[in-house]
Design a protein around this ligand. Structure first.
Ligand code: ZN
Length: 290
């Protein structure tokens, strides 16, 4: 990622990843975060992504760091005023507080959920490596929804800090392609739906915080009501009736196409054969995007 540029979500600045920094103390930076970074580096440099040995928790914490810090960076650099206040509000929402807590687990004084049940939605896909080295990296986020879509070489990673909403209610779509190698355009379309979906649950799933006898902080989503709340939101309306403008904005982010290239009127380009079956049409995996 070092040589890549990322676009900060609210201020829209393009920043080289190596210059993209937020304040951290020396211990966190050189010890806790370094251990995590090298684990993720090891996992992502496997030729076969299915052979990676990073846990869901490690991948989630690493993504939380990326997502939280992109917003924090904008907050720090925003001029005082309405925008800065609005960014501060987003950082105080449950989703971002949860990401903050996720990063804090690295210090060992805090635990999230029961062991082995880290409440995020996460999918890893195998994608075609683009022949052009300049097009082997893609990062798109839905900062409001607390979700991220990352493509690096042969890896496509989708994470949403949604207490498992996309996993539970979008699985019939997102799981279809777990064992397949995806064309870039297919991954980008999956990612767009993922980012769209993430925004539907915002503010509906609160978490609670408690301290045990040993002083360790425990954080979990209120799972007793989670299933009910998720069902109330409904099943992947992204397919049924997506808000066209919102969907297109995310499609622009995942495909890096201009709005004029995204078809006219009510039609966005789609590789789906039929939204009902959620199957992509047959396409030449080595062929071009559009
Ligand atoms: Zn620290």
């Amino acid at each position: 990622m070092k040589g890549e540029k990322i676009t900060s979500p609210f201020l829209g600045k393009k920043i080289p990843y190596s210059k993209f920094t937020v304040p951290a103390c020396r211990t966190c930076n050189t010890r806790h975060l370094q251990i995590l970074e090298s684990k993720i580096h090891k996992a992502f440099t496997k030729t076969q992504i299915e052979n990676h040995d990073a846990t869901i928790e490690e991948l989630a914490v690493w993504t939380a760091k990326l997502l939280y810090t992109t917003l924090l960076h904008d907050y720090i650099h925003a001029a005082p005023g309405e925008k800065k206040e609005a960014l501060g509000e987003v950082l105080r929402t449950d989703d971002y507080q949860f990401m903050h807590a996720a990063i804090q687990t690295l210090l060992g004084k805090l635990q999230i959920g029961p062991p082995g049940e880290f409440p995020v939605s996460l999918r890893l896909y195998r994608v075609k490596i683009h022949p052009d080295p300049k097009d082997r990296f893609g990062l798109a986020t839905n900062t409001i929804g607390g979700a991220i879509a990352l493509r690096m070489d042969h890896i496509g990673l989708l994470v949403s800090f949604d207490a498992g909403y996309a996993s539970m209610l979008g699985n019939y779509f997102f799981d279809l392609y777990i064992d397949e190698r995806l064309h870039l355009a297919q991954f980008e379309e999956l990612a767009t739906h993922w980012l769209y979906m993430s925004e539907l649950q915002v503010g509906t799933i609160p978490f609670k915080r408690g301290t045990d006898a040993a002083g360790k902080i425990h954080i979990c989503y209120q799972f007793d009501s989670l299933d009910f709340r998720l069902r109330e939101i409904g099943q992947l309306p992204a397919f049924a009736e997506p808000n066209h403008d919102d969907f297109r904005t995310l499609l622009m982010a995942t495909t890096r196409l201009m709005i004029s290239q995204l078809g006219d009127g009510d039609q966005s380009p789609s590789w789906l054969e039929d939204p009902e079956t959620a199957r992509f049409r047959e396409m030449d995996i080595e062929g071009p995007r559009y």
